[in-house]
Design a protein around this ligand. Structure first.
Ligand code: ADP
Ligand code: MP5
Length: 283
């Protein structure tokens, strides 16, 4: 059997919702992947009418249409990694677990938007814990989502440790903790824990910005790109933090929208922010 032609990019699939404001969801995933040298395929689970101030309406794509998109992609393309964003229903969580759970899988358990809108209820949180986290390579909840998944308010390091007991690696991201403290700390801290391991702090510089809508989607997509390029989880997580920090910095002087503006999805500023534009996979 012959492999792909040299230079052919790995394929990464997002299963996620759309954000009409272009900050989060499928838009964030595909732009991140175009910067990080992977080809992005997309299965749309929900259409949201959303801007920087909130979510006005959600239309769930019917389950058979979600399933047909999954089939169309997997029948034709060699998917190297999958990333999930807003799944929105118990049925879609189960579908992803059944049809895509055998692939390298980054699960961003989207339950609450930056604006506070609920994008997945308690039943969806339970379905993630029961069906999807045990099959994931890594889950990347923010602190609020980790609390919803665990059902307890404990420090982020402990949330990561508890969730890793479901069988996947976990990164509890730290952006909102920093915002809640109301003061500008020097570092953002994400907590990484491997199953059976000890939580490790992944630190990166804080960016003072109100343009952070979509940062969680951007981060988890960057992790999936790293895995698709064959990097270790630790390297993929560190690279993703560097990437999202650069994109947050690039948009920090912007004034887009009346709420929390989009994280920059423009091409990374290579020299200024120290972010490599593209690293070729050694295929
Ligand atoms: N102001 C910030 N400065 C630097 N990094 C940030 C900032 N806000 C979020 N991040 C980083 O962005 C990534 C996504 O985190 P987070 O904002 O918690 O996701 P979500 O959008 O799901 O709430 C994490 O690596 C987090 O540390
Ligand atoms: C369709 C969709 N997917 C994901 C998010 C979460 O992103 P954020 O936490 O930045 O609001 C969102 N708001 N909308």
């Amino acid at each position: 059997m012959t492999g792909p032609t040299p230079g052919t990019p790995p394929v990464v699939l997002t299963v996620a919702g759309t954000d009409s404001g272009g900050a989060a969801g499928v838009a964030a995933d595909l732009t991140t992947w175009s910067h990080l040298g992977v080809h992005g395929a997309c299965v749309v689970t929900a259409v949201t009418a959303q801007d920087t101030t909130g979510v006005r309406a959600v239309h769930a794509v019917p389950l058979p249409v979600v399933a047909a998109q999954v089939e169309a992609v997997t029948d034709d393309l060699a998917v190297a990694a999958v990333k999930t964003g807003m799944l929105g229903s118990v049925d879609v969580v189960r579908l992803v677990a059944e049809r895509l759970g055998h692939l390298p899988l980054v699960v961003d358990p989207v339950l609450v938007a930056t604006s506070g809108a609920v994008l997945g209820g308690a039943d969806v949180a339970r379905a993630y814990a029961a069906h999807l986290l045990p099959r994931a390579t890594v889950a990347t909840p923010n602190r609020d989502e980790a609390v919803a998944l665990c059902g307890v308010e404990v420090p982020s390091s402990e949330l990561a440790e508890r969730l890793a007991d479901t069988g996947c690696a976990v990164v509890v991201t730290g952006g909102p903790e920093w915002r809640a403290e109301g003061a500008v700390a020097a570092d953002c801290v994400d907590w990484l824990c491997l199953p059976g391991g000890v939580p490790q702090a992944v630190r990166h510089p804080v960016v003072a910005t109100t343009h952070d809508h979509g940062s969680g989607c951007t981060y988890s997509s960057a992790v999936a790109a790293g895995l698709a390029h064959g990097r270790t989880l630790e390297t993929a997580v560190a690279d993703a933090a560097a990437y999202v920090t650069g994109q947050l910095r690039q948009g920090s002087g912007w004034s887009l929208g009346r709420g929390r503006g989009p994280v920059s999805h423009l091409v990374p500023c290579v020299g200024e922010y120290g972010v490599e534009r593209r690293r070729r996979s050694p295929r």
